[in-house]
Ligand binder design. Structure first.
Ligand code: NAG
Ligand code: NAG
Ligand code: AKG
Length: 358
């Protein structure tokens, strides 16, 4: 298979983008732009303090989770200085010469490392971006995981960068678990009802960088997909570009510096017996500005059975929507059998129900 190397500095100046990056007309972004989506904004600190105004918004939030699974969180307690530091580290990493970034090269079948050359990806429609991904976990043995990873793959000079991402990931896990409390309330469960499910989490952090693109309407920074993961906390820079497919149309999520965009992933949807929805989303690119987004994916421990809490099934009264599975199995399924699209969870459930063959 031919290796195409994603060299941001070269590609961003090309008047005609290589054909591998050209998406079919029915998937390419509209030249006219799209309408914005108004998603609920949850005040995390207020909710945790039991503030009536914050908890009053839960009805809108529950409705959004049952319709498309996207919302934003503010008053989330993440220090703006940490976020600024994270973007500086993101820029510093992507500004490195290609060969330096490739020292962290992500290998086929792995979920961590630098990906800029898209060897072995499903399909030929390549996203206009480079990514750097790494594991993180709030489990005691995960406390130094991020720093250790940066030092191990890139060297001692990257310890400070690793420290920033360690701190950022620690904050993301804290915030993601706070968000599970809000979602538990939406589901009629007690506070903390979903936290235990994520003990010993196998979470993932990904830094996305889409350089400027001279033909932004032919390509996508991130193709349409569902997140197979549990909860995604995304911060996009002020260039914007994140879009959600809901009500039969793509809609843009306007960037908001003080907010994280949260979306429900397939695994969380299964945990709620299908009550909360995982929705198709993508990102478009810009002709004059590089676009960056920082995505944190909360995942349970690899071998913990994903099954709705008994209390939820009792409230819900509906039969089980999905068979029991583990995150390890689902992750492997998305890596080996099936790219993440809108049918992944159903295809996976069918594969389990047919005896996990193939
Ligand atoms: C990262 O986590 C995945 C599972 O979530 C695991 O398969 C992989 O080996 C881990 N990699 C590192 C470098 O810790
Ligand atoms: C690029 O970003 C700027 C600033 O956010 C915006 O005004 C412009 O419309 C964007 N262009 C494209 C092609 O997305
Ligand atoms: O490019 C983006 O900001 C979207 C990222 C995303 O959806 C993902 O990494 O799953």
């Amino acid at each position: 298979m031919a290796t195409l190397v994603f060299d941001a500095a070269v590609l961003s100046r090309k008047d005609d983008i290589p054909p591998q990056f050209v998406w079919p007309a029915d998937e390419a972004p509209s030249v006219h732009g799209v309408e914005e989506i108004a998603v609920p904004v949850v005040h995390i600190a207020g909710f945790l303090a039991g503030d009536g105004a914050a908890t009053g918004g839960l009805r809108d939030l529950a409705a959004a989770c049952e319709k498309h699974g996207f919302f934003q969180v503010v008053n989330h307690g993440v220090d703006p200085a940490l976020l600024a530091k994270a973007y500086r580290c993101c820029d510093a990493f992507y500004a490195l010469p290609l060969a330096e970034k490739q020292r962290a090269q992500r290998r086929l079948g792995e979920n961590h490392g630098y990906a800029g050359s898209f060897v072995g990806r499903f399909g030929s429609k390549l996203p206009w971006k480079e990514t750097m991904s790494f594991n993180c976990s709030a489990a005691p043995e995960g406390a130094r995981k991020v720093v250790d990873y940066f030092v191990a793959v890139l060297g001692e000079e990257y310890r400070d960068m690793g420290e920033v991402w360690q701190e950022y990931c620690d904050e993301m896990t804290r915030l993601a678990l706070d968000v599970t409390d809000v979602l538990a309330a939406c589901l009629g469960l007690g506070r903390g009802a979903l936290r235990g499910f994520f003990a010993g989490d196998a979470s993932l952090m990904r830094l996305n960088h889409s350089p400027p693109c001279q033909q932004p309407h032919l390509t996508l920074g991130t193709g349409p997909h569902h997140d197979p993961t549990s909860l995604t906390l995304l911060h996009q820079d002020d260039v914007g570009g994140l879009e959600v497919f809901t009500g039969g149309a793509w809609r843009a999520v306007r960037p908001r510096g003080d907010a994280f965009v949260v979306n429900i992933g397939d695994t969380f949807s299964a945990l709620t017996n299908g009550r909360h929805i995982s929705c198709l989303h993508r990102a478009v690119v810009n002709s004059s500005l590089a676009r960056r987004s920082l995505t944190f994916f909360l995942n349970p421990q690899l071998d913990r059975p994903v099954a709705p809490p008994a209390e939820l099934l009792a409230i819900d009264g509906r039969p089980r929507a999905y068979p029991d599975f583990t995150w390890r199995e689902f992750l492997e399924f998305t890596q080996k059998h099936y790219r993440s699209d809108w049918r992944t969870l159903d295809a996976f459930a069918a594969w389990i129900n047919q005896g996990r063959k193939g």
